[in-house]
Design a protein around this ligand. Sequence first.
Ligand SMILES: NC(=O)c1ccc[n+]([C@@H]2O[C@H](COP(=O)([O-])OP(=O)(O)OC[C@H]3O[C@@H](n4cnc5c(N)ncnc54)[C@H](O)[C@@H]3O)[C@@H](O)[C@H]2O)c1
Length: 294
Amino acid sequence: MRLSGKPPFCGSEDGRGPDVAPQQSRPVSKPQPTLSSIRRQMASNAQSLSGKLAVVTGAARGLGKAIAKELADRGAHVVVNDLTLGPASSVAEAIREQGGSATPVAFDVADTSQVDESIRTLLLEHDSIQILVNNAGIGDFVTFPEIDSDRWDRMIDIHLKGSFNCCKAVLPTMQRQRYGKIVNVSSVAGKRGDFGGNAHYTAAKAGIIGLTKSLARYAAPFGINVNSVAPGLVETDLTSEMSAEWKETTIARIPAGRLGLPEEIARATAFLVSDDASYIIGETLSVNGGSYMD
Ligand SMILES: NC(=O)c1ccc[n+]([C@@H]2O[C@H](COP(=O)([O-])OP(=O)(O)OC[C@H]3O[C@@H](n4cnc5c(N)ncnc54)[C@H](O)[C@@H]3O)[C@@H](O)[C@H]2O)c1
């Protein structure tokens, strides 16, 4: 499927894969978008993601699934990624049944060659990618002494290297089209630390905030917004692994008095990838019921 309606800042698209990007570090020779073109784009595009292709990783369930549905509801064609095709296909099918547009794609975000190959194939099929949401992740609720080297590596590989891999793979096409939106899913734990331990998880999520800020500085001159969302505790399969006692203690610390809904994270993400957020760059948006305030 090819998408119509390229975003206003698009330059010529040659359909080449992510490995053949121009090597320049800053777009010095290209004109910057004018203020009136930005205003026009905001007026015509507010909240609508029609004509955009969005890749959402780890979207077979939980927050990723809610994000994929939300972006599809707003008109994006969503590439539903997960480790295996079966669960990703179910989500894509559910989106299509609701009148949306979606394709399932299986790859492991931690595997650089799988990511590169999948993005290259997607670009051959779709020409360009406008939106990337790095959501794939795992939980591992352990105390510091329980974290060994293997646990550490797995956590960092999936969350931090996985986000890096996907950003790296989509960046060249976003640079060429001079338009892109990337949201990396961090966590309140990355800002505050985790009451229960999980130092490997919090380190990965804090690393994602650093990755977001540095990449945002690099990518902004190309018309690419890189931001992050930091959810508090949300009711998903991942958090169902937590003990009831741990959950209760956590809820007691949340001013809103409840866990978040996946849809609430999805709405915040949809805002960040919309042109309503065109002047938001390198931000990590807390969506946590007030449980942590920067
Ligand atoms: N649920 C929460 O309370 C909460 C809070 C803050 C942040 N987060 C973050 O939000 C994201 C989603 O969390 P969730 O609660 O929906 O988790 P979840 O376990 O319900 O879903 C995660 C999905 O990611 C997929 N996945 C795991 N490793 C992958 C890999 N290597 N490649 C591709 N896909 C992979 C899983 O198969 C699964 O479908 C994670 O990054 C998590 O750390 C969740």
